[in-house]
Design a protein around this ligand. Structure first.
Ligand code: ADP
Length: 405
């Protein structure tokens, strides 16, 4: 919560307490005026009293409306808000705060922590702390309490409870990501520095040429990491991908074109003849081509020379399943869950040797998520791997275009 929002909350709560108190005072005054007063020797004319009574009732009603509106607003706030009076008894407790008066152990721990902070605030000291509840589910709560001054002296206190579990998880992921990126970039940059120093120290022409070649390959590696990082940040930013109905055969064709040279170098054939020409997916062209390309690139990288790769597509319920199958080294079952994590590699040396960045499958998973789809993997070590990309299908074209040719 920003400082400004907190100030707003504290003011709103103070206002609510003031409105509550004023409403009660007004109600008492209205009741007193309504009672006949025998002791009054010179009663005011009845009409004047009636007019005053009517005005007071209007004012009281206005205050009641204000109070109900503020109370409704307070209940809608997702953070827990608890207001206590000078003696510590609870005056207001919004819907989110009532959660912590539950019977579960973790709720009791939270309730006790809120109570301690409110105590401190009642003694004029603002207080705050972070509380980890081990659950399950594990949760991180941020608690704050402030004194509520009225006419210069404390009239109670207010406590705010915010669930920061998701925010802390994202912060820690971001820290890990920055550490990983730094580590990945440091390796080729370090190699470039050493190679350049060796060349500068002066060696014969043949060695210099070899070192220069290594410099080129290290710079290409750096460029690939930066390109993949950019791709990843683009697909992460476009949570809802733009959609247009596109034939799968064209998307696969684009991806195959991009991987063709590498496949030819490795003498690996890519067979996409079983992709029906009438199937279409509702998708962002750039993202889906990049996902299929990454799957094909891996299929080529993790196969031995001469082992074929197949791409197929079929309709499954309302989705299109695009499968990329290889007959390469396979993935151990213990690693299957983790291969979609950024920078995760089963075999670091092989990934490095084949120019991998460890980001390809993270990009594929994001593309699938952006389309409301998913990516699955099936693999057997030494036999091969099949990645299947499930994407929302668009209405198929009227007839199979391949039949026309
Ligand atoms: P990389 O750039 O290292 O290939 P990816 O994110 O694309 O990174 O893949 C993560 C890891 O998953 C790879 O390092 C590799 O160990 C494994 N992997 C991905 N695809 C395949 C495949 N088709 N066959 C075998 N292993 C694969």
């Amino acid at each position: 919560m920003t400082a400004l929002a907190l100030v707003f909350f504290v003011c709103a709560v103070a206002l609510l307490v003031a409105v509550l108190i004023s409403a009660r005072r007004l109600e008492r005054r209205v009741a007193a005026l309504a009672e006949p007063n025998d002791a009054d020797a010179n009663p005011a004319p009845t009409e004047r009293i009636d007019a005053m009574l009517a005005q007071l009732e209007v004012d009281a009603e206005g205050l009641r409306v204000d109070r109900d509106r503020l109370a409704a607003a307070l209940h809608a706030v997702p953070d827990g808000v608890t207001v206590v009076g000078r003696d510590g008894h609870v005056l207001v407790c919004n819907a989110a705060a009532t959660r912590f008066s539950g019977a579960r152990h973790s709720d009791a721990v939270a309730e006790q922590a809120i109570g301690e902070l409110l105590d401190q605030a009642l003694h004029g000291q603002p207080a705050e702390r972070e509380l980890i509840l081990f659950g399950p589910p594990r949760q991180t709560l941020h608690l704050r309490a402030f004194p509520l001054p009225q006419d210069g002296s404390p009239s109670g206190a207010v406590a705010f409870v915010r669930d920061v579990t998701e925010a802390r998880r994202i912060e820690s992921m971001r820290r890990d990501f920055v550490a990983n990126v730094s580590h990945e970039l440091r390796t080729p940059i370090g190699a470039l520095a050493v190679l350049a120093e060796t060349i500068a120290a002066g060696t014969d022409g043949e060695v210099t040429a070899r070192l220069a070649e290594r410099m080129v390959s290290e710079s290409e590696r750096l460029a690939r990491i930066v390109e993949d990082l950019l791709d990843l940040s683009i697909v992460e930013a476009q949570e809802r991908a733009g959609r247009e109905p596109l034939p799968i055969i064209a998307l696969v064709g684009d991806a195959v074109d991009q991987v063709r040279l590498a496949a030819e170098d490795a003498r690996i054939s890519i067979d996409a003849s079983n992709v029906p020409a009438n199937l279409r997916v509702d998708c962002d062209r750039r993202q889906v081509v990049s996902a299929i390309y990454n799957l094909l690139d891996n299929a080529v990288k993790y196969s031995e020379s001469g082992q074929p790769v197949e791409v197929t597509a079929e309709l499954r319920d309302a989705r299109c399943a695009i499968a990329v199958r290889d007959h390469g080294i396979g993935i151990p079952s213990r690693d299957l869950e983790r291969v979609f994590e950024r920078f995760y590699r089963v075999d670091r040396a092989r990934s490095r040797q084949t120019g991998g960045t460890g980001l390809g499958l993270a990009i594929v998973r994001h593309v699938a998520q952006n389309h409301g789809g998913e990516v699955t993997v099936e693999s057997h070590e030494g036999e091969g791997t099949t990645f299947t990309l499930l994407l929302p299908s668009a209405a198929p074209v009227a007839r199979d275009l391949s039949e026309a040719s």
